[in-house]
Design a binder for this molecule. Structure first.
Ligand code: PHB
Length: 393
């Protein structure tokens, strides 16, 4: 904390009535508990993201019960409802000031991560972004590290694949908010650079979208493929319309980032998803020892549910924090923890990952997957891979 005069400290107290001061000496430094303030959408339209990440974190804690560097991990979960950045900001502030957490984590959507970033900076708290995926997020605070992914990273490989697969014309359909615009831009750049042509760019509202008129326009435009990005959870209503409008029968191929066909909802979507090709960093069908261990731990915590890419962001976020704490030997100073976490590499359930030391963003392999039925269930089966993709693709 910088040196404050008595006068400015008193002024600070005056301000405290409206916004509590955040630079508080870390009281818990010597304690035996490491407190993580977890902010997730547990209700509202994006509650599936909250449920997935919470289950993964609880699964990680069950699988790793021993104290880390002498500290027991405690999770303080708060529901920000997924659609109100001011709520996220208030919750982050309360967790920092009143609850004295030593890290913030979660953040289901971009506007919510952006709202919390200044709190992390002011309170000097590591902020682990486990879900939100707009490229610029880690640049908004030197305390942010991301274990999710970024939209340009997930999108660039499918644009290149599409061109190679003989797709010449595409229409893009994205949700009209920051990650959607990232996806739209990245797809167009890569696809046109590879010789393809984007014939229409459609944007659907974030709140209460009705996909029917958009998909009718796509059907009328008859592109070789429709590229889709919608946030996790929105895939089911969109795919219902995709089936009802007969886009598949019209010969329009479905491509996109993996968000639209995420593992949480894939089986509910059913046959209309068959044959779709998407690119993403995680599929529950990923064939590795680390993923099998993750699936087993998740199944013990949430029987009968399949983890999706949000869950793996939560699981890896816990790994990153724990490893950081080990490296500082239990010192919870925010700057030290961030320095100990930046640059880390490990084998995640998704494959090899690294937190880039400069950007604090994740570098990872992106897989091209086809939706197939295996043993009566739908899976995104990985059949190609682009290694070590950076946050800008
Ligand atoms: C985001 O808001 O950044 C976001 C949300 C859901 C996704 C991807 C990105 O599936």
């Amino acid at each position: 904390m910088s040196i404050v005069t008595r006068r400015s400290a008193i002024t600070g107290l005056g301000i405290a009535l409206a916004t509590p001061p955040l630079a508080i000496p870390a009281l818990a430094q010597s304690g035996d508990v490491f407190r993580i303030g977890l902010i997730l959408p547990m209700t509202g339209p994006f509650a599936s993201t909250g449920r997935q990440i919470e289950a993964a974190i609880r699964a990680w804690l069950r699988a790793n019960p021993a104290p880390i560097a002498g500290k027991r991990i405690e999770i303080l979960l708060r529901d920000d409802t997924g659609v109100a950045p001011d709520v996220t900001r208030r919750l982050a502030q309360e967790l920092a000031v009143r609850e004295r957490v030593q890290a913030l984590a979660g953040f289901g959507l971009t506007p919510l991560a952006l709202a919390a970033a200044p709190i992390a900076t002011e309170a000097k708290l590591p902020m682990i972004v486990m879900a939100a995926a707009t490229a610029i997020i880690p640049s908004r605070s030197p305390f942010i590290l991301r274990t999710a992914f970024s939209l340009p990273q997930a999108t660039a490989p499918i644009a290149v694949w599409a061109q190679r697969a003989g797709i010449r014309t595409a229409v893009t359909l994205v949700t009209d908010f920051a990650p959607g615009l990232d996806a739209e831009r990245a797809f167009k750049e890569r696809f046109t650079a590879a010789g393809g042509s984007v014939t229409a760019e459609l944007r659907t509202p974030l709140r209460n979208p009705d996909y029917a008129p958009f998909l009718q326009r796509v059907r009328d435009a008859r592109p070789d493929a429709l590229f889709i990005f919608v946030p996790s959870g929105e895939g089911a209503p969109l795919m219902r319309q995709f089936a009802e409008r007969g886009l598949r029968e019209a010969g329009i191929r479905l491509i996109g980032t993996g968000d639209v066909l995420d593992d949480d909802i894939l089986n509910d979507i059913g046959d209309s998803a068959l044959g779709a090709v998407t690119s993403h960093h995680y599929s529950a069908a990923h064939d590795s020892a680390e993923n099998r261990a993750f699936l087993a731990a998740y199944a013990a915590q949430a029987p009968g549910q399949r983890p999706n890419f949000m869950a793996v962001g939560g699981w890896d976020g816990m790994h990153l924090l724990a490893e950081g704490l080990r490296r500082t030997q239990g010192n919870t100073d925010g700057e030290r923890l961030v320095a100990a976490m930046a640059g880390q590499e490990w084998i995640s359930p998704r494959g090899p990952v690294r937190i880039d030391a400069q950007s604090r963003d994740i570098v990872q392999d992106i897989y091209i997957r086809r939706t197939e039925r295996r043993d009566g269930q739908l899976w995104n089966i990985e059949f190609d891979r682009v290694e070590r993709v950076g946050p800008m693709g």
